[in-house]
Design a protein around this ligand. Sequence first.
Ligand code: AMP
Length: 463
Amino acid sequence: MAKKETPRKETPTSPKGMRDIIGSEQHKYHGFFEKAAEVALYYGFQPIEIPMLEREEVFLSTNGEDTDLVGKEMYTLKTRGGDKLALRPEGTAPVMRAYLEHGMQSQSQPIKLYYYGSFFRHDNPQRGRYREFRQFGIEMIGSPKSISDAMVIYLTALILNDVGLKNIMIDVNSIGDKESRVPYLRELTQYYRKHINKLCGNCKQRIKANPLRLLDCKSAECQPFKEKAPQSIAHLSPAAKAHFKEVLEYLDALRLTYRINPHLVRGLDYYTHTVFEVAEIAPDVAPEALAENATQLEETGEEKDRRVAKEERKAAANAPLALAGGGRYDYLAKQLGSKKDVPAVGGSIGVDRVLLSPNYKAVTPRIVKKPKIYFIQLGFEAKLKSLEVIEILRGARIPVTHSLNKDSLSAQLGTAEKLQIPYAIIFGQKEALEGTVIVRNMQTRSQDTVKLAKLSDYIKNIK
Ligand code: AMP
């Protein structure tokens, strides 16, 4: 009788929009985080690690259920104990939660914190948009001063600049304080109500639920209305106007390239006053694209629709991606249950997108310097003591590479040559007994015997 075949199990892949980051790509991420943390530390920011999961209310109370971030994009779960938790979709609300929970108000203000890691949004994956993505964020909590807004924008630009993204544009806007917001939202809602029949389905909802987000809409049918929409900067209270003016003065003094974008509002509800977004400046339109337009004078209506749709798709695929964004969020603390408002400002960099830029200059993590030494061991006695020799080198901060699983000298020397490592340390039976090693210059093939006690000094002194 034929043996019944058991169905082959398919090997699972990583979830949609989430991926493994391996080898040199992982080094790129690690190098970026290290560089960004260094800049933040120089400016007096301290690290904070926040949990991957937060109580759902941290985001519900602060972002509002009507935002896409909470309404559609948040991963939520109920624990066995019945707690409702959410995978963090952003870092600002959790950092403020931590600030309040640990009574940081009683320390000298502002508290300056930085964090980095994965964030999760259940969105449709596309170019530069993932379901798990990585951000580096900075928050300055406890100061209402405009210099804090400027400092956050400056540090964001500085980090991008340090990793090779020198050609960036900073869009800034002010959405004002409470006093400015009420009359502005009234006018904005009135304006959009007049065009309600021509708006996309989402925007029809937004008029009621979250009118500021009308300006954030990316769909083609809503664009003409955005152009003529009332602008928040025309409705700023005197205090909000003065604050925004000071921020711009700081940005001028810091010689940052920025433009005021009156339609910039940002997706999250808790922003007040300054909002900003950073993108790389796109290269000029290619000459062939212009030539293509010149041949389209005699097309039919249907051809035109097809062309416009194609151009829109192309433009979306080539549009500069937002690399970073942030703003002031003076009312967030109260939404998290604080009795008092806590003025604060922050920003975050989308690290995956930074690494996608052709201008990104990979920063190698400190630990992954190109190894100077290849460690070769021969025989059981030497293998036993191998880790001791590597530990001596680690103590002297000398990175080594090796293949302890190999036994033959020629296989190990071959690998050292292939990796173009300048020196090899050969540790055989005799050396293990005598407490020495042979240091071999891989290019000249000259060799020296060196006592283990002198090894780190010897290696430090060779070029
Ligand atoms: P936000 O937290 O929405 O202010 O986003 C800050 C930055 O994070 C954006 O400018 C993007 O660079 C990046 N970002 C946001 N969402 C995603 C995503 N789904 N995938 C990749 N990067 C993202």
